[in-house]
Design a protein around this ligand. Structure first.
Ligand code: ZN
Ligand code: ZN
Length: 417
């Protein structure tokens, strides 16, 4: 038997209903903030991610699905979408469009990660990018919008963490300071930190190894080393969030290991997911365009959220949101069949979820029960002859008869109860 590839999975009904709900919710929030969809190819030239994500990252170093195409070129299944969005932005000169370019995407990403619970090698991200402005108002709006998506999806008790990672003007001095402190401390830390202390000292700050935490606590905070422009930018982001009533916590250790990230970084965590608790991460990436070869600057800020994790977190609370199902059934002959098909057609046009089922009533009710149907509409010979339909509320086990002309009204009344 052929099975799904290891680390990849089929997403089946009824779970797909929750995926649809999460995506529909995201679409409507994006629309409210004037974002438009961008769809980029799943395959890109490998060089895009090597430069745009960073050759030294785990993603590019160990986790990408990279292969040689038949013409010898190196292609990669996208491990994330920001680099692709920026490539499209540059390639199609979207900088020439007016205003801030606000783009969103929803789709699969691919990383050959170590197997662990809740991690898939094909996973889904919902993300937004606002490109073309350095204004802190845009950072705050992106944060507000991402909080709005999670809230409307029904996620509760999540925590928003924010920080500023400075800019090419103020960060190098801070990194140098870290490097000095770490030359002494790193030998007492984990192997990864020992390596990062040399290659990328900033990343020591987000080490998750418990034994390293007391040492990390003693390291200097980047917030004490921002230049005045970065401090002012962060101050405004915080001011807008405060004004909008968005609760956050400043986490000076929240950093990104890549040079093009600057100023605002943020993350949303949710305790329901155990140790894999980041649902969403984002930040400003003003240097990304240049790092993938653009001559035109394209300052941007964006976020991406793990749809797999979001769905996992809200699954329990959303189980009952499925729309009610109506079973339309007929007993024998062409006249009852036609009456049933007309009834089903009328209800479907009104947006009601309908299944047509033929056969003995007892059997039909058994099936209806298994399908969790809410209501049955019965078109029997007697009903058809009298110009009526019978309705049965399957939850209450009540049955009554109504003129066929009142079908839609009666069904709506019953479903709204
Ligand atoms: Zn700065
Ligand atoms: Zn460490």
């Amino acid at each position: 038997m052929i099975r799904a590839v290891k680390g990849m999975r089929d997403i089946l009904p009824p779970a797909t209903g929750i995926w649809n709900f999460a995506e529909t919710t995201a679409y409507s929030v994006f629309r409210a903030y004037n974002y438009q969809e961008i769809r980029t190819p799943i395959l890109e030239e490998t060089a895009l991610f090597a430069r745009g994500v960073g050759a030294e990252t785990d993603i590019v170093g160990k986790e990408m699905y990279t292969f040689e195409d038949r013409d010898g070129s190196s292609l990669t299944l996208r491990p994330e979408a920001t680099a692709s969005v920026m490539r499209a932005y540059i390639e199609h000169r979207l900088d020439q469009l007016p205003g801030v370019k606000k783009l969103y995407y929803i789709g699969p990403m691919f990383r050959r990660e170590r197997q662990q619970k809740g991690r898939y090698r094909q996973f889904y991200q919902i993300g937004g990018e606002a490109i073309g402005s350095e204004s802190p108002l845009v950072d705050a709006e992106v944060i507000e919008m991402s909080v709005e998506i999670l809230t409307r999806c029904g996620l509760e008790n999540f925590q928003l963490l924010i920080n500023s990672v400075g800019c090419p003007n103020c960060r190098p001095a801070f990194v140098e300071l870290l490097r000095q402190k770490l030359s002494e401390l790193a030998p007492k830390m984990c192997v990864d930190c020992q390596r990062r202390a040399v290659t990328n000292p900033l990343r020591v700050l987000d080490c998750k190894v418990p034994d390293d935490q007391p040492i990390i606590e003693t390291l200097p905070s980047i917030l004490d080393h921002l230049d005045s422009a970065c401090a002012e930018h962060f101050h405004t982001v915080r001011g807008v969030l405060d004004h909008r009533g968005i609760v956050y916590e400043v986490r000076p250790r929240l950093v990104r290991g890549l040079d093009y990230y600057m100023r605002t970084t943020f993350e949303i965590t949710h305790s329901g997911l155990g140790s894999q608790n980041t649902v969403l991460a984002g930040g400003r990436y003003d240097g990304l365009a240049e790092s993938i070869g653009s001559k035109v600057p394209a300052p941007g800020v964006g976020f991406s959220m793990g749809e797999d994790r979001l769905v996992m977190s809200v699954e329990g609370t959303l189980a009952q949101t499925a729309e009610a199902l109506v079973i339309v059934t007929f007993t024998a002959g062409e006249a009852t069949r036609n009456a049933a098909l007309s009834a089903a057609g009328q209800l479907r046009q009104a947006g009601i979820r309908v299944e047509v089922s033929e056969g003995k009533l007892k059997k039909v009710f058994e099936t209806a029960n298994k399908l969790n149907a809410r209501l049955a509409v019965i078109c029997g010979e007697n009903e058809v002859a009298a110009g009526t339909v019978s309705l049965k509320d399957l939850a209450k086990q009540e049955q009554w008869t109504a003129p066929s002309g009142e079908l839609l009204e009666q069904v709506k009344k019953c479903l709204n109860k």
